[in-house]
Design a protein around this ligand. Structure first.
Ligand SMILES: C[S@@+](CC[C@H](N)C(=O)[O-])C[C@H]1O[C@@H](n2cnc3c(N)ncnc32)[C@H](O)[C@@H]1O
Length: 224
């Protein structure tokens, strides 16, 4: 799986090192006031002392760095697989786990983490089941996960969001790029992820479409 995951990510990210820089640069904007309001409402009440927080598919650690400022005493763990993302993560600040989340054997102990966050990552995997199973296994009972990801919107809305105004004028490579990304970003309806989360035994505390309707957020709790 791992070599094919790197091929898959190369296609997702187009230019990986540039995409890593974009993820870092856009962190403040993407993790905005509404993100921190949800964090305060759902996450802070279940943090231990010291808190243990993991970010699955953490990219170049944009969110981990913000969390370090917000929770300086917390143990922060980043799980990531793309080499051009991993090279941005400082192992002196964070525990770094290089792992393909398609696979079940994530080296993190059962019932060891207060909170797991995974943002804009589920849609990049061929299948999200092992990642969600790892979330369930690694969370403490009563621990919570916050997931944010792309959800389906109709093609015209998607093209508008991506500023793709002249799609019919593209050459074959351009068309393939637009439609490959449309399929990636339109992989799940919010209800698809609700269903999976329930099948895996999570209690869903929140499942909402965000102000930008191409994104949704789920907050779930491990009950047993
Ligand atoms: C769109 S980026 C989001 C990064 C970060 N969560 C953020 O919001 O800033 C998705 C991240 O998930 C990682 N990812 C995708 N598939 C993965 C897999 N199978 N195993 C581990 N990480 C993966 C990618 O390499 C990438 O860094």
């Amino acid at each position: 799986m791992s070599d094919s995951t790197l091929d898959l990510l190369e296609k997702h990210h187009r230019d990986g090192p540039e995409f890593a820089k974009y993820m870092l640069m856009s962190g403040q904007k993407r993790f905005d006031a509404s993100f921190w309001a949800a964090w305060k409402q759902w996450i802070i009440p279940v943090l231990g002392n010291p808190a243990v927080i993991a970010d699955f598919g953490c990219g170049p650690a944009a969110l981990l760095k913000l969390l370090k400022a917000f929770h300086p005493q917390a143990k922060l763990i980043g799980v990531e697989f793309a080499p051009y993302m991993l090279e941005h993560i400082d192992p002196k600040m964070f525990q770094v786990i290089a792992h393909d989340l398609h696979l079940p054997n994530l080296p993190l102990e059962d019932n060891s983490v207060d909170v797991i966050v995974s943002t804009h990552t589920l849609h990049e995997l061929n299948q999200p089941v092992r990642l969600l199973e790892s979330v369930h296994r690694c969370l403490k009972v009563g621990g919570r996960a916050m997931l944010i990801d792309w959800v389906r919107v109709p093609l015209p809305k998607y093209l508008e969001i991506q500023n793709e105004t002249n799609v019919l004028e593209k050459d074959e490579a351009g068309l393939e790029d637009v439609f490959v990304h449309f399929m990636e970003h339109n992989r799940y309806a919010r209800e698809d992820i609700d269903w999976l989360l329930k099948q895996l035994g999570f209690n869903i505390l929140e499942s909402v479409t965000l102000e930008k309707p191409q994104f949704a957020r789920w907050v779930v709790e491990k009950v047993a």
